[in-house]
Design a protein around this ligand. Structure first.
Ligand code: UDX
Length: 467
């Protein structure tokens, strides 16, 4: 089939390359000439393990090309995917749909008869029906159809999640669109992936509901971590015990600094905002608590850090390990790690941040912070080390060697991912969120190995990477 993919960010670029990989002719479209040039030149404009290999394979097959021309895209494709960003609107909780609308406006005049427009961007429920009206007004003779096909890919696992998803959800308005989507995804469906065909409103909501559920699960365990801190109980053991119940499950119960990134925070807010418009805000009022618990973990980390350096940040040197919003990503959008680093700097400390891949993006987002290219430089003469993004890189640090570099060997593991017993036996004072001071063991869910983990630096001792 001949597909176009509008928007070549994380979602669009990966979708375009993967669709070409499964045999379709694909044209990627973006307004950003530089991004298009990078992709056409086989250079991913972002860090995503496994993506470059897929991109190169797709380009070499001749089935993937890129353009900045919506007219060329309209002429080329039978199915047009919308994969542009839907960020939080400035000054409100609602989603900003201007990029989605811009794609529709640019594409509509060039649509060939019978074209199918498929939204993949995360949008407020009701967007597909609004877009259908817009297209029919802009291109009344095109007989165009609109469907919604939300994506559930995680950064760091984008290729795997696209080619081997847990489910495919499509919201269609006609039997013709349903058939087109089944044909399009046939190579993926062959492995038994559940295909859920529904109406566009339900499809739009599945995505918002999934991310809200995941966010609620994280905030639930973080709320429990606060209760543990007040009682001396251990939230990691609590999470393990809860997770043994298959109705609950251990995944997304990792307590710590909380969620960030370009999806979970904005999606719970967008659902709240849409529910308010629909007059059902009370039904999802718990999402405000989910958000508040999440943000509170950042201040809790700052407060604990202040306490660990004697009650004031003034004149203190703090090393921050991690800048990305999660490991295996260079994305720093709404990064809890950078937020904490900035708050501590505002409190009067000298803060030096390390990250294996996200330093460039972090510098752009927080130019006033100090950055170091390796762990030892970030930690030199530090009064406190903060572990804020759980890269496998940091689990490989040799605590005995790091102890000789810092001024005071104290570490706060705000991601509950380090083997603190090991650190204590190397002479470190250790603290973690939701755990007693002598927390007995490391306990993070087993993580898959990544193919393109960054090289360990001179303080490290092994290899691998984590979710
Ligand atoms: C998320 C959804 O998982 C994905 O399905 C959707 O398509 C996009 O949004 P992503 O933002 O890439 O994906 O990251 P995810 O792995 O979900 O992590 C989100 C945040 O939650 C990260 O900041 C992570 O550190 C945090 N998190 C995750 C926790 O704090 N605890 C956990 O147990 C799991």
């Amino acid at each position: 089939m001949r597909l176009t993919v509008f928007g070549t960010g994380y979602l669009g670029a990966v979708h375009a390359a993967c669709m070409a990989d499964i045999g379709h002719e694909v044209l990627g479209v973006d307004v950003d000439k530089e991004k298009i040039a990078c992709l056409a030149d086989r250079r991913p404009p972002f860090y995503e393990p496994g993506f470059q290999e897929t991109l190169v394979r797709a380009l070499e097959s001749g089935r993937l090309r890129f353009t900045t021309s919506p007219a060329a895209a309209g002429q080329f494709g039978d199915v047009h995917f919308i994969c542009v960003g839907t960020p939080q609107r400035t000054g409100s909780f609602g989603a900003d749909l201007r990029h989605v609308d811009a794609v529709v406006d640019a594409l509509a005049p060039h649509l060939r008869p019978g074209g199918l427009i498929v939204g993949k961007s995360t949008v407020p429920v009701g967007t597909a029906s609004r877009i259908t009206r817009r297209i029919r007004a802009l291109a009344p003779t095109a007989d165009a159809d609109v469907a919604w096909n939300p994506e559930f890919l995680r950064e760091g696992f984008a290729v795997q999640d696209t080619l081997r998803p847990h489910r495919l959800v499509v919201g269609v308005q006609s039997g013709r669109a349903d058939l087109t989507m089944r044909r399009l995804y046939a190579p993926i469906l062959r492995s038994g992936v559940p295909f859920i065909s529904t109406d566009p409103a339900t499809a739009e909501l599945v995505k918002m509901a999934a991310n809200s559920f995941l966010a609620a699960k994280i905030s639930f365990i973080n709320a429990m971590a606060e209760v543990c801190d007040a009682t001396g109980a251990d939230v990691m053991t609590l999470a393990d015990a809860l997770g043994c119940d298959p109705r609950i499950g251990r995944r997304f119960l990792n307590p710590g600094l909380g969620f960030g990134g370009g999806c979970l925070p904005k999606d719970i807010r967008a659902l709240s905002a849409r529910a308010e418009e629909l007059g059902v805000d009370q039904a999802v009022s718990f999402l405000h608590q989910v958000d508040a618990i999440n943000t509170r973990q950042r201040q809790r980390t700052v407060d604990l850090a202040r306490q660990l350096v004697g009650g004031s940040f003034a004149g203190r040197r703090i090393a921050v390990l991690g800048a990305a919003f999660k490991p295996n990503s260079d994305d720093v959008r709404d990064s809890p790690a950078l937020d904490v680093a900035a708050r501590i700097q505002r409190g009067g400390a000298q803060v030096c941040v390390h990250d294996p891949v996200a330093i460039d993006n972090a510098k752009t987002a927080h130019p006033s912070l100090e950055f170091a290219a390796d762990v030892s430089r970030a930690c030199r003469s530090a009064d406190l080390v903060l572990h804020l993004t759980e890269w496998q890189h940091y689990a490989q640090i040799d605590p005995a060697r790091l102890a000789s570099i810092v001024r005071t060997p104290t570490i706060l593991d705000a991601r509950n991912a380090l083997d603190l017993e090991l650190w204590r036996s190397a002479g470190w004072t250790t603290r973690a969120l939701g755990r007693p001071e002598d927390a007995p063991r490391v306990a993070a869910e087993p993580q898959p190995l990544r193919s393109r983990a960054p090289a360990a630096d001179e303080l490290s001792s092994a290899g691998g990477s984590s979710d």
